[in-house]
Write a protein that binds this ligand. Structure first.
Ligand code: 4AD
Ligand code: MG
Length: 436
């Protein structure tokens, strides 16, 4: 058999049924194996699934049998055999092997059962082959695909921003600073300010790019490098902005529930929870949120930011995501427009995912008038020299606009029902991990 030939059958297509009795070839890696007497059971995985292959010495001959029984976990293997329906086999089908060939035996795989979380993270490059992470990465792929599909339908342009910047977007404390040939520069915290530039030519745009936060906290929802989807829309107010967020979240949740049931089932995710995600979502103000939290016994004062504990209180009995609007101007970023109806608060929203997952989106209407922006930059003690280009947008053809940022890993964590954000990204970057 030739490993490079194209006539291998994807395992998932065998498991779909309809091929019983047929002779097929599969190509992949040994997921598990056990030999007893003259039979070796090799479970083979490829990118689509796993199938058990029964390798009988009598049927395959000396050489094939030796290669099958010498295979390690993760050895690369080719198997030719007849498809057989078998209720006892995982997936309901197995292959009765007629020929087996190792492409490479390799070395014994270092990951066995019951390994510590730290060991698995150190071995992430190998652990990404696990069924669970493979399934999550497939889920992530579909979530990103549906998001792009949604914005295509809505008539948005996708643009790519710089990652190296001198303009902090979300406050100095989480900036990764470095020396850029003698000048101070940062890894971007958000592409929003550049997305705002793109609206002046293309009106409705989105950016999908990494954002960086020097997060000193160890939590189940913070990464130092995460993927950030940032739409920005000309001639949108905050109400239109929130309605767009609602439509987007509903679209992705409904697509996942309708089209990716296998993935959700493999992860033990209750599909009903995603089916319930229908617009409109409930809206409460920051003031109301603080009141609810205090009544539930939380030790939070008006004027403090809403953290993970409070988000848990707010969302634990919600079926759908929840908007919290009108945060105090003082605790929010410099670019958010003050609400003329509720001075002292801004036209913003945090969208909190249910079941305690918490914030997945932060959005706002942007300040678009020059004087208001200059005032807020000053109040926030930001160096205007780094923002000249951003200020220019308020000089030349300014217009009302809004936008938001969605944390991809936060969305993946919620939709797939994961306990920890690190499993929503292939190589998590956290306060104590940049390897592998
Ligand atoms: O709320 P944030 O900080 O808002 C912004 O960056 C805006 N400039 C976005 C915009 O309006 N274009 O971040 C937006 C989202 C959060 O709601 C969260 O989902 C995610 O980014 N996020 C993180 N995800 C993982 N790890 C972190 N450390 C994150 N910080 C923010
Ligand atoms: Mg936020």
């Amino acid at each position: 058999m030739d490993a490079l030939s194209q006539d291998y059958t994807p395992i998932s297509s065998i498991l779909k049924g309809g091929q019983a009795g047929k002779k097929v070839k599969v190509r992949g890696w040994v997921y598990r194996s056990r030999t007893s007497g003259g039979v070796c059971f090799v479970v083979v995985r490829d990118s689509t699934g796993v199938i058990q292959c029964a390798v009988k010495k009598d049927a395959v001959g000396e050489k094939s049998f030796r290669e099958a029984s010498e295979a390690y976990i993760e050895s690369t293997i080719l198997v030719e055999g007849f498809v057989r329906e078998d209720k006892r086999a995982p997936g309901g089908f197995e292959l009765a092997a007629s020929q087996v060939q190792l492409v490479a035996q390799g070395e014994p795989f270092p990951i066995a059962k019951d390994q510590s979380v730290e060991f698995l993270l150190d071995s992430r490059h190998l652990w990404l082959r696990s069924q669970r992470l493979t399934t999550i990465m497939k889920g992530r792929h579909h979530i990103l695909r549906y998001l792009r599909q949604f914005f295509e339908k809505e008539g948005f342009w996708e643009l790519t921003p710089p990652i190296i910047t001198q303009a902090g977007c979300e406050g100095g404390s989480t900036l990764f600073e470095f020396d850029y040939f003698g000048q101070k520069a940062y890894l971007t915290q958000s592409s929003q300010l550049y997305a705002e530039v793109f609206t002046t030519s293309l009106e409705k745009v989105y950016v999908l790019a990494p954002s960086f936060r020097a997060e000193p906290s160890r939590t189940v929802r913070h990464l130092c490098e995460y993927w950030h989807l940032e739409p920005e829309m000309a001639f949108y107010n905050q109400k239109m902005n929130m309605e767009l967020q609602e439509r987007m979240v509903e679209y992705v949740a409904q697509k996942m529930a309708a089209e990716q049931q296998d993935i959700l089932a493999a992860l033990g995710r209750d599909i009903g929870k995603l089916k319930a995600v229908r617009a409109p979502f409930k809206r409460i103000t920051y003031d109301e949120a603080i009141e609810i939290c205090r009544q539930a016994g939380a030790n939070i004062r008006h004027g403090q930011d809403i953290g993970a504990d409070e988000e848990e209180i707010l969302t634990r009995s919600e079926e759908k995501p929840l908007f919290v609007t009108n945060f105090p101007k003082k605790i929010k970023a410099f670019y958010m427009r003050e609400d003329p109806q509720k001075p002292g608060t801004v036209l913003n929203d945090d969208l909190l995912a249910p079941e305690g997952h918490g914030e997945i989106i932060g959005g706002s209407e942007r300040i678009w008038e020059l004087d208001e922006l200059m005032q807020r930059l000053k109040e926030n003690k930001l160096d205007v020299r780094n923002y000249q280009w951003y200020i220019d947008l308020r000089r030349y053809g300014p217009f009302p606009h809004s936008g938001f940022g969605l944390g991809i890993e936060r969305l993946v964590k919620w939709l797939l029902g994961l306990d920890h954000i690190r499993d929503a990204i292939p190589f998590p970057r956290t306060i104590n991990r940049v390897y592998p």
